[in-house]
Design a protein around this ligand. Structure first.
Ligand SMILES: *Cc1c(COP(=O)(O)O)cnc(C)c1O
Length: 362
């Protein structure tokens, strides 16, 4: 399987190359050349999470990684539980926060760490990542103490929670952190700029562990299959996904593209609503990022959106049918946390926001 630079399709590389370089020429994102459906998804849903995930990833990666290697990456990376909890009749919470950094980013970051440790032996690697909160912790913990790897985390000063800040700023060792006096989009911009400096990239083996990196994206495909495997049979799933950089939504669409039955994806955003406005008006009109209660989603330039469009344009996904996007205000989020609490489910604001979008637009 080849990985193509969406912005410069003449750049075509292997999966390990895409993982090691992170971003393609001209800041382009890598994406699979084709998306063929998996054989016998029904049988796949019957087997255990690790075995199934290894098969899914092999399908997406091709023969560039040996089967036994891929299986061991998956086994080492996905070594914590995930839960599917029924919140109300027919509505479930897919709890992806039982890993070391308490965010779903552990799936992607830990799988990527496994890949990099294997693909870049003998070279120095510097992970430069921008975070609006949760990525920093997941990446720092996944790469902490890994020989030959340095980690630098950029984050918007005052826009991450004190707990998140402690999770990545107190590790020390090979993890360095820089607070930027601006918003997340600026942090992300600084990362992208660094990648344009070819000399710098080569000298320090620069790599981004943002959801820009395909390894992170592919890992996330696996838990959509697990959710469907655990749901009662006979009904098509609708996923409501709290969205910032749109990595998680992209992974869900990818899962669908390779054969997972999904009826609809709801990309729920906070008031940083570039995508819902784009769907309404057809205009891409990002506004300055504002701080909200759901800080992991305080992003107005969602990095993964070109991949979403690519799936529509090039891989024949019917985005109009499959994907809707709604913005939820902080007041609605607060109210949703309270309503969920009254029905016995303690939700963080991000999950509550997604639940609100789901119940409003089911
Ligand atoms: C990262 C994160 C999001 C946003 O996910 P994207 O893939 O960037 O859209 C939402 N909620 C939580 C809790 C997160 O950590």
């Amino acid at each position: 399987m080849k990985y193509i630079n969406i912005s410069h399709p003449e750049q075509s590389v292997s999966f390990p190359h895409a993982v090691v370089t992170g971003l393609g020429k001209g800041q382009g994102l890598f994406f699979t050349e084709n998306l063929e459906p998996l054989d016998d998804v029904r049988a796949l849903l019957e087997i255990d999470f690790v075995s199934r995930s290894a098969i899914i990833l092999q399908h997406l990666v091709g023969d560039a990684v040996a089967t036994e290697d891929l299986r061991s990456f998956v086994k080492n990376a996905f070594d914590f539980p995930l839960e599917l909890v029924e919140v109300a009749e027919g509505v479930h919470a897919l709890e992806l926060f039982h890993g070391p950094s308490l965010a779903f980013k552990d799936f992607g970051a830990r799988f990527m760490a496994q890949c990099l440790a294997n693909f870049s032996t003998g070279h120095k690697t510097t992970i430069l990542t921008a975070t609006s909160g949760d990525t920093g912790a997941a990446v720092a913990l996944a790469f902490y103490d890994q020989p030959g790897i340095d980690v630098v985390v950029l984050y918007p000063k005052g826009m991450v929670t004190p707990l998140q800040e402690k999770l990545f700023c107190t590790l020390g060792g090979n993890v360095r952190t820089i607070a930027i006096e601006d918003d997340f989009d600026s942090c992300q911009q600084l990362v992208k700029q660094s990648f344009d400096d070819i000399e710098l990239v080569e000298k320090i083996g620069l790599n981004s562990a943002n959801s820009i990196n395909v390894a992170r994206l592919l890992a996330q495909v696996c838990y959509y299959f697990e959710a469907v495997a655990r749901l009662p049979a006979g009904k098509e799933a609708v996923f409501s996904v709290p969205s910032g950089n749109f990595g998680n939504v992209t992974a869900g669409l990818l899962a669908h593209a390779i054969g997972l039955p999904i009826k609809r994806m709801i990309a729920a955003t906070n008031e940083n609503d570039t995508v819902p406005r784009f769907f309404n008006s057809g205009k891409w009109d990002p506004r300055p990022t504002i701080a909200t209660l759901t800080n992991a989603m305080d992003i107005s330039l969602p990095n993964n959106f070109p991949r979403v469009l690519e799936m529509g344009d090039k891989h024949g996904l019917d985005l109009r049918e499959l994907l809707v996007s709604f913005a939820i205000s902080d007041d609605q989020t607060r109210e949703a946390v309270r309503s969920l609490d009254t029905i016995g489910y303690l939700a963080d604001p991000h999950s509550a926001l997604a639940w609100k979008a789901l119940t409003d637009h089911k």
